[in-house]
Design a binder for this molecule. Structure first.
Ligand SMILES: [Zn+2]
Length: 519
């Protein structure tokens, strides 16, 4: 049998079982579901680790390369690490992950979780309490730092056994991302956002100095509204929750997708959308079989955030349902960047004035007053987020280049340079290790940046071809034909160029963020 047909026959049922058991354990976290999930995970990763199959894939690729073989190789590659090394990495990741879940910081002799810390940083006017909360948010770093360094060493060993420079390089290669292009894009992102960001931050700092009765030069990390200064502070955000009191968020999302000619009834029917005890508190979308069984898990309440979340997850869902029939099983997937772009594109609708008017029925006069504030909040969010990605990416590049280096120093150097936050005086602590993604979702942040850039490019392309996005069936046709349909039969960067008419570039992001400068 042909090697790709054989792989599909082997992998398709294993992946389906993996996703079904994943779904079950998120919906109801019983021991039995967890055990089924662990068994499915093991079977899946053993199949991908199969050295004989991998050798057959490589041999076939050398003589008769196809897109399906390429995708199969990329999926199998990270699993071709010696079994004992792979096991050590998985165990250490799990152990760090558990310590993150169990750890609580202490503020004023009371244990606080992340939500509690965030509440203090968003609301408290007591600088002493804020400082304690911020420091509490970092104590987990000291608990896991040595093991995160060890994880980086082990991951590097794994990457080198596969012929890559380090884990950073391997991660990009398996996701078909060009390292040179990434560095150029990040440098351009820095150039395009620095001026408007620092202008916006200067006015934020002035407000904070007034609020806390100190000089601007006395502002330290705990004066900002979240532990990493990665989210829009409450005083810049627009509170839309009042508009979401009545209407059902699911009905709004269905109405939005209907309006652009995308059918989501099948997805909604299979989904689990409202809060319940014992269920995962986050949101995600998963395709069980790369065919019709696509489901969303969410915890919707009547707020703007929930509307954005539902549209975001359906943005993933319509992608998964939009593959052309003739694609092979291996091609019936989406790249992380393009599916995230679709999700961000739809999620952003819930904060657009046209959607608020046409779908939610917000009064035109009220909307007039909101319009510029919405645009400003959106620009601030983008600027803040992209500066944060620059910190994360720069740090992880340094971490994998030298896991034994001065990482505490590197962290604060990057935070000062890109976010303009002054480090606490004389602090030496592994504050970087308090960011859970570095331990358990390594070298991933740039995909969020690429996703948001591509989402903006999509919006530009649609604006230019079919006009305003809400209630335009042509939007669905465009996305199905140009973005969703080809799956991964086309490499993601080529797909972006075909769908949006331009290569990935910071031009859309630059224009969007520039509106901050005039505020
Ligand atoms: Zn997403």
């Amino acid at each position: 049998m042909d090697v790709t047909a054989h792989a599909e026959e082997l992998l398709a049922p294993l992946e389906r079982e993996l996703h079904l058991t994943w779904w079950d354990v998120q919906v109801e976290a019983t021991d039995e579901n967890a055990a089924r999930r662990a068994a499915a995970e093991l079977a899946w990763s053993e199949a991908l680790a199969d050295g004989e199959l991998f050798a057959a894939v490589e041999a076939k690729r050398a003589t008769a390369p196809t897109r399906s073989l390429e995708l199969l190789r990329n999926t199998m590659l990270p699993h071709q690490v010696p079994a004992d090394l792979r096991a050590r990495i998985v165990e250490l990741e799990a152990s760090v992950d558990v310590r993150f879940s169990r750890h609580r910081g202490v503020v004023g002799d009371v244990e606080v979780d992340d939500t509690g810390i965030k509440k203090i940083l968003r609301r408290s006017d007591d600088v002493g309490e804020r400082r304690e909360a911020w420091e509490a948010s970092k104590t987990v770093g000291a608990v896991v730092a040595d093991d995160v360094r060890e994880l980086a060493r082990l991951r590097n060993e794994a990457a080198r056994s596969l012929g890559h420079r380090d884990w950073f390089a391997l991660s990009l290669a398996k996701d078909e991302m060009d390292e040179q292009k990434l560095q150029t894009t990040l440098a351009e992102t820095d150039r395009a956002t620095a001026e408007p960001f620092f202008r916006w931050k200067a006015s934020l700092d002035a407000r904070l100095a007034t609020r806390f009765g100190c000089a601007i030069s006395d502002l330290r990390p705990w004066h900002y509204a979240d532990p990493f200064f990665q989210e829009t502070p409450p005083d810049g955000a627009v509170d839309l929750d009042g508009y979401f009191d009545g209407p059902d968020v699911v009905a709004l999302a269905r109405r939005t997708m209907d309006g652009v000619g995308l059918d989501v009834d099948g997805i909604i029917a299979r989904s689990d959308l409202y809060p319940r005890t014992g269920k995962n508190q986050h949101a995600f979308c998963v395709s069980m079989d790369r065919l019709d069984d696509v489901r969303v898990l969410a915890n919707l309440v009547p707020t703007h955030d929930s509307a954005e979340t539902m549209l975001h997850e359906l943005g993933h869902g319509v992608y998964d349902r939009g593959f052309q029939d003739e694609l092979s099983w291996l091609e019936r997937t989406s790249h992380l960047v393009t599916t995230e772009a679709s999700a961000l594109f739809f999620g952003a609708l819930a904060g657009s004035s046209r959607w608020l008017e046409l779908v939610l029925g917000v009064d035109a006069d009220e909307l007039g007053a909101l319009r510029s504030r919405l645009r400003e909040a959106r620009a601030a969010e983008l600027a803040l987020f992209t500066r944060w990605v620059l910190v994360m990416n720069g740090f992880e590049r340094g971490l994998y280049a030298d896991p034994d280096g001065d990482l505490d120093g590197l962290w604060w150097e990057l935070v000062s340079r890109y976010q303009g936050v002054t480090p606490p005086d004389g602090r030496t602590a592994p504050d970087w290790a308090a960011k859970i993604h570095i331990a358990v979702a390594p070298v991933y942040y740039h995909t969020y940046l690429y996703g948001s850039i591509v989402a903006l490019q999509l919006k530009d392309a649609l604006d230019a071809t079919v006009g305003p996005i809400v209630d335009q069936p042509a939007v669905g046709d465009f996305l199905r034909m140009r973005l969703f349909g080809p799956g991964q039969s086309v490499r993601w960067d080529e797909l972006v160029e075909r769908a949006t008419g331009v290569q990935l570039s910071v031009a859309s992001l630059e224009r969007e963020v520039a509106s901050l400068a005039t505020a």
